[in-house]
Design a protein around this ligand. Structure first.
Ligand code: 5AD
Length: 348
């Protein structure tokens, strides 16, 4: 197995059979060697830097009905909210003063946030906070909409493909949603010039190792700038309430594998990973991750943006919360970068 890690480290690829063997090996020896090599590669391109992204959850309204997600439209128990322009700008202002240089506007698919509204907020953030990157995570939209948002100054876009295997995609989503459209959106985003992120949940219901290999192969085709993976965590008001969640061990193994396959990718240690494992995000950093996304949403709405149960709420809003995170990052041997943290090839 160590030889497979070495092959992956040297060639950035493995056969399906090799990948399967590596993904399914949960020995400590594999975990620690993978972490060591992943950390080496991440340091080669990004040094010890950890980029912070200030997450602003702008709307918990969603027209979609994904079976795993707590803000699906059929969840009548969800309290819905949307932030207005001044609330979003206030979050960015607080974040800017705390040193954030990327803001991520994320939300459910909410028609209220039409192109004009989003574009004017993008322009205003740029005007008020020069030198910052703007990331959007607003789901599937038309190519024209992506074009307008890019022209208005958005830099990056996150849209997980969720499951690259058609059959699994259909088990996780209602028939009205399509994998083809999701993929088309991702290619449109790249074509539009966005630094684009994709990804999937680890341990989603019905997911097999072969499904994970399909996800990895899709990512190799897409070649995104960012990859977001985190464990599936059941939410009590969804059809998957009784399903088992993904594990931190498998998530970490996949993060290590992804770092070796995509040496320059921006790889977050996700909130979901931090939610299921104590110290999960620091373990992620030690296994190739180089991004953390603290929450900048107003405190009163945080619990309403509930994608899964017991979501970790990291204090990015309060100076103490952030300094605790910073000291954890530093204690792990990394440093918090005070830059936008773009994909590395764009600097070279
Ligand atoms: N567990 C973990 N991740 C989830 N997401 C949605 N619901 C869950 C859940 N129950 C993820 C999806 C989505 C991202 C915003 O959050 O992958 O793309």
């Amino acid at each position: 197995m160590i030889n497979l890690i070495e092959k992956l480290y040297c060639t950035e690829n493995l056969t399906d059979a090799e990948l399967k063997a590596l993904i399914e090996d949960n020995s400590d020896e594999v975990s620690s060697h993978l972490a060591k090599r992943a950390d080496e590669i991440r340091q080669k391109y990004y040094g010890k830097k950890v980029f912070l992204r200030g997450l602003i959850e702008i709307s918990s309204y969603c027209k979609n009905d994904c079976y795993y997600c707590g803000i699906r439209r059929s969840n009548k128990s969800a309290e819905r909210y949307r932030l207005d322009r001044s609330q979003i700008l206030k979050c960015a202002d607080i974040g800017y003063k705390l040193g954030f240089r990327t803001f991520v506007m994320q939300g459910g698919e909410d028609a209220f946030f039409n192109d004009d509204y989003i574009c004017s907020v993008i322009s205003e953030i740029h005007r008020n906070f020069p030198g910052c990157a703007i990331t959007l995570s607003l789901g599937e939209r038309s190519a024209e909409s992506y074009g307008k948002m890019k022209a208005a100054g958005a830099d990056r876009y996150l849209l997980r493909h969720e499951a690259a295997d058609e059959k699994l995609y259909q088990k996780l989503h209602p028939a009205e949603m399509s994998l083809d459209n999701r993929k088309k959106c991702l290619y449109n985003l790249i074509e539009t010039g966005f630094q684009t992120g994709s990804g999937f949940m680890v341990g989603a219901p019905f997911q097999t190792t072969d499904n994970i290999i399909s996800d990895i192969r899709f990512l190799q085709k897409l070649n995104p700038h960012m990859i977001g993976i985190g464990p599936f965590i059941p939410h009590k008001y969804t059809p998957f309430r009784d399903e088992r969640g993904g594990t931190a061990e498998l998530t970490l193994r996949l993060l290590g594998i992804l770092r070796l396959m995509f040496p320059k990718v921006l790889l977050p240690a996700t909130t979901a990973l931090g939610t299921i494992a104590e110290n999960g995000r620091v373990l992620g950093l030690k296994t190739g991750c180089n991004v953390i996304m603290p929450n900048l949403s107003p405190e009163e709405v945080r619990c309403k943006y509930s994608l899964y149960d017991n979501k970790l709420i990291t204090g990015g809003e309060a100076a103490e919360g952030l300094s605790l995170l910073k000291s954890e990052i530093e204690a792990a041997g990394y440093e918090v970068a005070s830059e936008r943290g773009d994909y590395v090839s764009q600097h070279c």
